[in-house]
Design a protein around this ligand. Structure first.
Ligand SMILES: Nc1ncnc2c1ncn2[C@@H]1O[C@H](COP(=O)(O)OP(=O)(O)OP(=O)(O)O)[C@@H](O)[C@H]1O
Length: 377
């Protein structure tokens, strides 16, 4: 555990970057420091590996004041990733990643094999090992930065706006990769960002700082969204926090119906078969699936002429149990007919839900049912 005890940083010009910060960062979890520009995030992070020394208070690592630990040993126990990756331009990808193992005296072959193993772990094609940083995209460079920070298997990872310089799609990929790596490796990660969405997506705990380096709120993301401590946190979270909070509710509590689901050519799709419309069980449309149960589209059982096989697109399906209520709501809202289609992992329909059913599930979730701890959808 990393513990900030009334930590203050006053720069020589008198700027108070961090003011009496007290914080407990638990092991094997992601703690995000977030806040507006200049609120002291980077200063706080760099005090953990003593790139910056506090002016007051102390930081304990597993109960020991880091001021009493040799700086080199301390830094070796902490990987450090920064914006733009900060790679050595004249070293290949593999040599960049192998930097710390080589410093620790590993022989060339072992360091290289570690580098290749890490490239795979962070989702980089090993064929890139011999390239130089300038021959990589921004996203690939950030992956190399993460691999390099992990090379000596440090228990702590300090990440300072590591994904800020890449476009939103690459950024989402990097975030997913980080969550996957964290699930496998269970590091103690301290992550700095000014982006509240990134904080909510990645953080097990989120510390919201305000200008002057004061802690505004320290809580799990779901708690931040449901109970912001004050107007500053509320403003910082943005207007749609109610919708974003739905990411933390499982969609498994959503009641699905299979009544309007029919199989193509089974004699009951729309006006097919006996010529009578099939009964969609209160739904205005029927969802037609192929013989395997995969969705094809909606059909209007009343209005469709015999033989007319035109289908209304079913939009994006969701996976109950895996996706959140936010995803289910999104699917229902985006669906041309306002119904969300639930599928299993193989894409087979397990049931459908109207916007009203999603709304009922949201009410039930708010009443305390269907909570999941860390899902993001
Ligand atoms: N070496 C320094 N000397 C004087 N003031 C400094 C120094 N480094 C940072 N500051 C000031 O300390 C405050 C906190 O800076 P810091 O970089 O920690 O903020 P931040 O939250 O990481 O900001 P950003 O999101 O813009 O990177 C700012 O007002 C900054 O101008």
């Amino acid at each position: 555990m990393i513990r900030f005890e009334s930590v203050t940083k006053r720069y020589p010009d008198g700027t108070v970057a961090v003011d009496e910060l007290s914080l407990e960062i638990p092991d094997r979890s992601i703690t995000v420091l977030v806040g507006p520009s200049g609120c002291g995030k980077t200063t706080s992070l760099r005090m953990i590996n003593r790139m910056i020394e506090p002016s007051g208070g102390r930081i304990l690592l597993d109960g020991t004041d880091i001021a009493d630990q040799p700086v080199h040993a301390l830094r070796r126990s902490m990987g450090y990733v920064i914006q733009h990756a900060g790679l050595f331009p004249h070293r290949t990808v593999a040599d960049n990643i192998a930097t710390v193992p080589r410093l620790l005296g590993w022989d060339r072959r072992r360091a290289r094999s570690r580098a290749l193993e890490l490239m795979e772990r962070v989702g980089l094609d090993p064929a890139l090992a011999k390239r130089y940083p300038y021959q990589l995209s921004g996203g690939q460079q950030q992956r190399v930065g993460v691999a390099r920070a992990l090379a000596a298997d440090p228990p702590v990872l300090l990440m300072d706006e590591p994904f800020s310089a890449v476009d939103p799609i690459v950024r989402k990929g990097l975030q997913e990769e980080l969550l996957r790596i964290q699930e496998e490796l269970g590091k103690t990660i301290v992550f700095v960002t000014h982006d509240i969405d990134e904080a909510i997506r990645l953080g097990d705990l989120v510390a919201v700082l305000r200008t002057g380096g004061r802690l505004a709120q320290f809580a799990p993301p779901d708690r931040l969204l449901s109970a912001p401590a004050d107007g500053f946190v509320e403003d910082f979270l943005g207007a749609d926090r109610g919708i974003r909070r739905l990411s933390f509710f499982a969609s498994s509590g959503l009641e699905l119906t299979t009544a309007p689901v029919v199989t193509e050519n089974a004699g009951n799709a729309g006006n097919a078969g006996n010529g009578k419309p099939a009964d969609p069980g209160g739904a205005p449309y029927l969802l037609v699936t192929d013989a395997e149960g995969r969705p094809l589209g909606w059909t209007d059982p009343g209005r469709q002429a015999p033989g007319d096989r035109t289908l209304i697109p079913y939009g994006r399906p969701f996976e109950p149990g895996r996706d959140s209520l936010r995803t289910a709501l999104d699917c229902a809202v985006l669906s041309p007919i306002g119904w969300a289609v639930g599928v299993d992992a193989d894409g087979r329909v397990v049931g459908v839900a109207s916007q009203e059913a999603v709304a009922a599930a949201i009410r039930a979730a708010h009443a305390g049912h269907g909570m999941v701890s860390a899902e993001v959808g």
